[in-house]
Write a protein of this length. Structure first.
Length: 647
């Protein structure tokens, strides 16, 4: 069967909660009354698909709206950077910010849809489907309710606060009058729902059809629920650090036991290439446990291609990428050498971090000459000269500047080039609108050089400037702007993308490598260091990666290595922000000087355009927990305000 696709064209309970269509059916439907929704097979399947629909377009998967200040979570964590300032990163977001209210509202919409499905599908003979189908769909609804509550609890319910628990359908929003249940009560409900999924005999271990929740996904999610309760990292915002960790080994063992069941359900590491995992051809591979489904159709794809791609990323409509978020300098430095030793700029450019940050720009400039002859136009030579910092003028190499920097990218972890586009590194196969209009759909070879000749220059313009293939990777903004590391993962090549706002590649929520990393953490926290290393080494040792194995000598060292492996492995998958928040490390790795970089340093510590985003931990609010939105408290006075936040 084809994968399910989520639409907002069908409306169900609460007078307009969007449901959706199934099996690529995107025909508009009229409103369907809630009491008619679960009366036949077609409507029942549409109703369940509506529960899945809340996975989309709320700032984590598929959406990137600067108008709402809601962007993919990747740029909120250690591994990413936002191009423009957004309130949460600049320390100015308050309890009334749409960043918080959009997520709260959309997650609860998903919960209310799930409640409607659960209530109706719990009745034998209901839904117009056979009992096997009914109980399977019921389990899917319970899985999704558990997922939405997990996100709410880890963002808004930390430190015991919890979130309101609704487990029955409501007739209108006027019935949303509950106060918060405790954090523990919410975890109990999450575990209860996932246990029901696991105990359901008609719930398959792994679907042949992509995009559906499965028993393997339920084990993975329940394991994460146990992990979050079994190892609580007690962050103190007053001092900006984790002061202690509360360990419950019985819960950690339950987490490990659940993670071990995922493979029994039919999931494992994909061994046919790390880069190949994140392609349309392999989006349903053995490693993908649960993902948000996308197709190349307006309104049904992912906008990640637009937001993470470069101006050299294109589509068949001649639209280009925006580069609205990029990879951080810290994640670039975190990838080890192929022999397992840590990357160190001192090995490449002695005195790199001893040099004032903006003066390091000299190391990233392009060559002027080759074999003693000029290779750039006089206009480009003037551009280069204008960028050379006075303090480091003597360090510029007219012939060899690029080769010196290329040494930094040599013999690194293979995931480095699979995930990142770096200056003078591996080529990127992109697009050119003029060539495509002329009927030439051959992918264009680009290399990231700096400075570029002009804003958004075409291949023909570059040829006129004396540049030959591979051409300069096109930039966003002015010729001086946007010199930052770029994401390669999930960015399609050539003209493979029909609509750049609708990338067809599915976005993983749970994949097996992530399960192994959480499993390793659960074992390390129980002092099983050899078991923890074994799980991490499965990831490091897989074909196409083949990094040297780790050995763990102590718990703290093990946890640090597990976290670093998570950062490298899962970059641009929307995972890192949640994990940094859970570990209590977000302030350290994102909002404070980290790995030699100031926050929002980008490649050259701030040498971007005036669109460069600022990063600053709030001085008035506790950013380690999301606030109950002030608009929700105005509507429901029974809600308790989040401690540490100004209302």
């Amino acid at each position: 069967m084809k994968k399910i696709i989520y639409s907002s064209l069908l409306f169900v309970a609460l007078g307009g909660l969007p449901a959706c269509t199934d099996i690529l059916d995107t025909t508009p439907y009229n409103q369907v009354a809630s009491n008619n929704m679960w009366t036949n097979s077609a409507l029942t399947n549409q109703g369940v698909a509506g529960v899945y629909a809340s996975m989309r377009n709320w700032g984590v998967y598929g959406a990137a709206s600067y108008g709402l200040k809601v962007i993919p979570f990747e740029c909120l964590g250690m591994t990413g950077e936002a191009y423009r300032s957004i309130p949460y990163l600049s320390g100015t977001a308050g309890s009334g910010d749409t960043f918080f209210s959009t997520m709260w509202r959309t997650l609860y919409e998903g919960i209310h849809r799930a409640n409607d499905g659960i209530a109706n599908l719990s009745k034998p003979g209901s839904g117009g489907v056979d009992d096997e189908m009914r109980t399977r769909l019921l389990a899917e609804c319970k899985f999704l309710r558990a997922y939405y509550y997990m996100r709410l609890n880890e963002l808004y319910g930390r430190y015991g606060l919890g979130v309101p628990l609704y487990t029955e359908p409501i007739a209108s929003v006027d019935e949303c009058t509950k106060t918060q249940s405790s954090e523990d009560e919410v975890w109990e409900q999450i575990v209860r729902d996932l246990t029901d999924c696991i105990d359901e005999p008609n719930f398959p271990g792994r679907y042949a059809e992509k995009g559906r929740a499965s028993k393997g996904a339920a084990y993975a999610l329940r394991g994460r629920a146990y992990l979050m309760q079994g190892a609580k990292y007690n962050y103190n915002n007053a001092v900006g650090a984790v002061e202690s960790t509360t360990i419950d080994k019985s819960l950690l063992q339950k987490a490990a036991d659940d993670f071990s069941k995922v493979k029994d359900c039919g999931y494992d590491l994909f061994q046919n290439g790390y880069r190949e995992i994140f392609t349309e051809a392999n989006e349903g591979c053995i490693e993908m446990i649960f993902s948000v489904q996308n197709i190349s159709k307006p309104g049904y794809g992912s906008v990640m291609q637009r937001m993470a791609g470069t101006r050299s990323s294109g589509d068949q409509q001649n639209a280009t990428g925006y580069s609205q978020y990029s990879a951080s300098a810290a994640i670039v430095d975190l990838y080890e050498y192929k022999d397992g030793t840590a990357f160190d700029w001192e090995d490449v450019i002695p005195g790199y971090f001893a040099t004032a940050d903006k003066d390091r720009l000299v190391y990233f400039l392009r060559d002027k000459k080759a074999n003693g002859e000029s290779i750039v136009s006089s206009a480009m030579e003037s551009r280069i000269d204008a960028k050379i910092p006075a303090a480091t003028k003597d360090r510029y190499l007219p012939e060899g500047n690029e080769a010196r920097l290329q040494k930094a990218w040599t013999n690194r972890d293979p995931r480095f080039n699979a995930n990142l586009i770096v200056p003078y590194g591996d080529e990127y196969l992109g697009a050119d609108a003029d060539l495509f209009k002329q009927g030439n759909a051959t992918p264009v070879r680009y290399v990231y050089r700096w400075p570029v000749g002009a804003t958004n220059q075409s291949v023909s313009a570059q040829i006129g400037m004396g540049i030959s293939s591979p051409y300069d990777l096109r930039q966003d903004g002015t010729g001086e702007a946007e010199f930052a590391y770029r994401h390669r993962k999930f960015v399609m090549e050539g003209y493979d993308c029909e609509y750049i706002d609708d990338n067809p590649i599915d976005e993983p929520v749970l994949r097996y490598a992530y399960v192994l990393l959480m499993w390793a953490e659960a074992l390390a926290q129980q002092d099983d260091l050899s078991g923890a290393a074994e799980k991490v080494n499965l990831i490091r040792g897989r074909k196409s990666v083949e990094m040297p194995p780790y050995t763990f000598a102590d718990k703290n060292g093990a946890l640090n290595k597990i976290r670093d492996e998570s950062r490298r492995e899962l970059v641009n998958e929307g995972v890192n922000f949640y994990e940094e928040l859970r570990w209590g490390t977000l302030r350290q790795t994102k909002f404070s000087p980290y790995m030699g970089y100031e926050p929002a340093a980008h490649t050259c510590n701030g040498m971007q355009s005036n669109g460069n985003g600022t990063v600053k931990w709030s001085t008035t609010n506790d950013y380690s927990i999301f606030p109950v939105p002030s608009a929700e408290i105005e509507k429901n006075p029974n809600l308790k305000k989040t401690p540490g936040w100004i209302y």
